[in-house]
Design a protein around this ligand. Structure first.
Ligand code: ATP
Ligand code: MG
Length: 303
């Protein structure tokens, strides 16, 4: 079973968007996928079109991780009811986010073990803080993808997330390892982002994923329309889809799962390729670093 946790210890950096992007890539690679919505906000559940469609949700599964309860909390997504299922989230799960006790940390792991032959990939969208839910999610994961933006608070949250993964690995999940740090909402025109990118590469080096996700209105448009990014008809969406294909290929490789043939070319791209292209793009921004930050291109001006 291949389980990828998507986390960061900061809100709004793109965990849900990245989870949806990878789910879209997996769908177009014909994989069978379960998305676990651990966030009480329920954004993933809503985005995948299954809000209020189950009698139970992940909260009841964490109360009682039996196969019966698990099945009653899983719904097929209209994106593709055969291939994509959602373990639904709701605000009820907030009651599991408080202080946790060691004997409870494995409940999601226990529940997911019931369906380990049913899916090629399980994605877990974690909430933005290191409470009981994120701990459950990371304990159940084999790899953890840290999502960050290039801002001061986001970069320090990525560092905290990395330490949390190490901590959980040593205490409750010996098989857990970081997949890498995925940089989201990149705006190469931003000198502030250029500075933070240098800082991030100093801190994480090769742990930075060899692709990044640019800030694009197409991502929000596809989410608003309830569409997988791979089905959204624009050039920007096609570029985003390829980047999520890349993240999927890397994740499958790290999880020791077969990488579909059409994705294997992504495995040859290196961190150096990306560092080089971003450094070049950011270099232009640094030469005009006297510009105030508010002149950065906003999401509305890209497609
Ligand atoms: N690359 C991007 N380009 C444009 N908009 C983006 C991008 N990534 C995320 N967004 C937008 O930013 C907002 C926050 O993203 P998202 O909900 O994925 O973050 P999150 O980390 O899951 O938030 P939370 O911590 O609240 O769960 C959403 O409106 C989303 O559409
Ligand atoms: Mg979210």
């Amino acid at each position: 079973m291949a389980i990828l946790g998507v986390c960061s210890l900061k809100g709004g950096v793109g965990k849900t968007s990245v989870t949806l992007g990878i789910a879209s890539a997996a769908l177009y690679a014909r994989l069978k996928v379960l998305v676990v919505d651990l966030d009480p906000q329920g954004d993933t559940t809503l985005s995948l079109g299954v809000a209020d469609s189950t009698t139970n949700c992940v909260a009841e599964v964490l109360d009682n991780p039996s196969l019966f309860v698990l099945r009653s909390a899983i719904a097929p997504s209209p994106w593709n009811p055969e291939q994509l299922h959602v373990l639904c989230g709701s605000q009820e799960s907030a009651r599991h986010d408080g202080p946790t006790y060691a004997h409870r940390l494995n409940r999601l792991t226990t529940a997911l073990a019931h369906v380990h032959d049913d899916y090629d990939l399980i994605l877990i969208d974690c909430p933005p803080s290191l409470g009981g839910l994120t701990r459950q999610g990371l304990t159940a994961s084999h790899r953890a993808l840290i999502v960050t933006e290039l801002g001061l608070f986001s970069v320090s949250a990525a560092v905290r997330a990395f330490h949390a993964i190490e901590d959980i690995r040593t205490t409750s999940a010996p098989d857990l390892a970081p997949l890498g740090v995925l940089v989201n909402r990149v705006r190469p025109q931003s000198s502030e982002q250029a500075y933070r990118y240098e800082e991030l590469t100093d801190m994480f080096g090769p742990l930075i994923m060899p692709t990044y996700i640019p800030e694009r209105a197409a991502l929000q448009q596809a989410q608003g329309a309830g569409s997988p990014i791979h089905a959204w008809p624009s050039r920007a969406a096609r570029d985003l889809a390829q980047r999520f294909d890349h993240v999927l290929a890397r994740a499958l490789q790290a999880l020791h799962s077969p990488v579909p043939e059409h994705l294997t070319h992504h495995l040859s791209q290196t961190n150096d390729d990306v560092t080089e292209s971003l450094t070049e793009a950011f270099a232009a921004a640094l030469t005009v670093s006297t510009e105030p930050a508010h002149t950065d291109t906003s999401v509305g001006s890209t497609n």
